[in-house]
Design a protein around this ligand. Structure first.
Ligand code: FE2
Length: 362
């Protein structure tokens, strides 16, 4: 095991900037089954913004919206629409993490500060990464309360669907920028390149992309980074960059231990997924060997399967969850496999291209 030169415990939470946090909270509660557990807004003394915290097992999502004109969140929303603003890390020492990251070349966003109340204090700082995305460092070892001082607890449970943790978060960056950001994660945060995919791995008749998977020192944080590659038509990454207005988070993969139950619940609640042709399932067992699940059930739900040296995985991708063809979710169930579903890329991209065709953006 190589020395971890930038200790990160795990992803603490993902913060979304949205136009209407109350409605986003309702959507994530009623579709994804998150519990609304805390809120900070006008009633708790936050004058220009409202924040909702949603939780399901180890996944924490924070939704922030402006409540007055002229707020910096509103300016960011005018460019990107609703988007992932921040992937926050829990670290041992926020001051060390911030100062060391900046010393190694990171662009500072917010200097270390404390939020405190009678239950103790939480230390926080942020740096910039690709596009308008931040990485916040957070440590609440000296805090006995819930999430952050200032938040009022709420108890509005959702009907959980078995999402247990964030598996990985994928960033889309501009042509020629993938290796720049790969080096950034290596140099600044001590990440390692786990896997690389080139346009031979990920190409169809029309489109291509390149991808490298970066992982933190302890392996718990996994960030694939994509860039477009030259194809006959506009790639899905180009489409994202155009509609998002630059680099940003493309998808977040949520891990479940029962993908059939999770996806069945999402479908019952109206979530739409990318579909692959029926022929995918005719050759599935030949491609991945014996699996525990009933192939007919997987075919009915549109769940994909891939195998690597260590086992297999099941995965499915939602359609974009915003008006813009930008952010979407992956649901992933790992049965030993530590990879990302390379065997499904071609079938998936052909599915995305059918959607792009409908949007007139291919
Ligand atoms: Fe993924």
């Amino acid at each position: 095991m190589m020395q971890d030169n930038f200790p990160i415990r795990k992803v603490d939470h993902i913060r979304h900037y949205v136009g209407n946090a109350r409605q986003s909270a309702y959507y994530y509660q009623h579709v994804f089954g998150f519990n609304i557990t805390a809120r900070h807004g006008l009633e708790t003394g936050l004058r220009h913004e409202v924040d909702y915290l949603l939780e399901q097992n180890d996944v924490k999502l924070l939704f922030s919206a402006p409540v007055k004109p002229g707020h910096h969140i509103a300016e960011a929303l005018a460019i990107h629409g609703d988007f992932v603003r921040d992937i926050a890390f829990e670290v041992d020492d926020v001051d060390w993490a911030f100062n060391e990251a900046v010393r190694r070349g990171a662009k500072p966003a917010i200097e270390p500060y404390s939020l405190e109340n009678e239950q103790g204090y939480v230390r926080i700082a942020s740096i910039h990464t690709y596009g308008d995305t931040l990485h916040t460092f957070i440590n609440r070892d000296n805090f006995t309360g819930h999430f952050l001082p200032g938040f009022a607890e709420m108890n509005e449970p959702g009907e959980g669907i078995g999402i247990v943790e964030i598996d990985h978060c994928v960033g889309n960056v501009e042509l020629g920028q993938m290796n720049v950001w790969v080096k950034w994660y290596e140099d600044i945060l001590g990440f390692k390149n786990l896997i690389s995919f080139d346009d031979n791995d990920i190409s169809t008749e029309y489109t291509a992309l390149m991808s490298k998977v970066m992982a933190s020192g302890n392996g718990r944080v996994k960030f694939p980074i994509n860039e477009p590659a030259a194809g006959k038509k506009k790639s899905q990454i180009d489409e994202y960059l155009e509609y998002f207005g630059g680099a940003g988070v493309q998808h977040v993969a949520l891990r479940t231990d029962d993908i059939v139950a999770t996806v069945s619940a999402l479908k019952a609640r109206g979530m739409q997924f990318l579909r692959v042709p029926k022929t995918y399932y005719e050759v599935l067992t030949d491609r991945v060997g014996e699996i525990d699940e009933d192939v007919e059930v997987l075919a009915e739900l549109g769940i994909l399967v891939d195998r690597d040296d260590e086992g297999y995985l099941l995965q499915i991708f939602t359609k974009p969850i915003t008006d813009r063809p930008t952010l979407f979710y992956e649901i992933i169930h790992r049965k030993g496999a530590t990879s990302f579903g390379k065997g499904n890329f071609k079938a998936l991209f052909e599915s995305i291209e059918r959607e792009q065709e409908l949007r007139g953006t291919l």
